[in-house]
Write a protein that binds this ligand. Structure first.
Ligand code: CO
Length: 188
């Protein structure tokens, strides 16, 4: 059995997967539930991790590399080589805290753009790990934010869709060469 999470946390000259950028329709397609956790899937997880580490990211969702599956990888410990990354298969938020908080987010699919997004501060999520074992996790702070950001990708939602400050949004996107028409505001 492959252990995808044992992959070395380093940059590769030629990452195995290509990341799609804002404006690409691929990012707007919803992801499908994964029915079988096998070596094939673990190979995909490994390649997603290698691609994420190569891009200096802390999270990557499968749709960002053109794979329409409910699969996310997250690593908030890039400086700790022995700490395994988090792999979430078919994640589902089972509880959301009442407290909202605002913090800056970025995305490997929108390089250079960093903007404030408001989200629940704490969540509880259920998912399967890379061995296919059902797991549950309570998260707060940056981890809760990363999980929610990546889970949005599974529904074709980008973090810029949630930015409330339109002025800052348009300015940042323009500066980085992205079309403002690529934003699909989330209705509240
Ligand atoms: Co993202």
């Amino acid at each position: 059995m492959i252990t995808a999470t044992a992959v070395e946390k380093k940059k590769l000259e030629q990452p195995p997967l290509d990341i799609h950028f804002l404006g690409d329709r691929v990012l707007r397609q919803p992801a499908k539930r994964i029915s079988k956790v096998d070596d094939n899937l673990r190979q995909t997880i490994k390649e997603m991790l290698q691609t994420m580490y190569s891009a200096d990211g802390i999270g990557l969702a499968a749709p960002q590399v053109g794979i329409h599956k409910q699969l996310i990888v997250i690593d908030l410990a890039l400086d700790r080589p022995d700490e395994p990354p988090l792999v979430l298969i078919n994640p589902k938020i089972t509880k959301s805290g009442m407290n909202l908080c605002s913090s800056e987010e970025g995305c490997l699919s929108i390089p250079g753009v960093y903007l404030e997004v408001t989200r629940p501060e704490a969540i509880e999520v259920s998912y399967k790990n890379e061995q296919g074992k059902p797991c549950k996790l309570e998260a707060t702070g940056l981890l809760a934010r990363a999980i929610q950001h990546e889970m949005d990708h599974l529904n074709g939602v980008m973090f810029v869709d949630r930015v409330e400050n339109n002025l800052a949004l348009n300015e940042e996107l323009k500066k980085r060469g992205f079309a403002t028409s690529a934003v699909k505001p989330v209705r509240k």
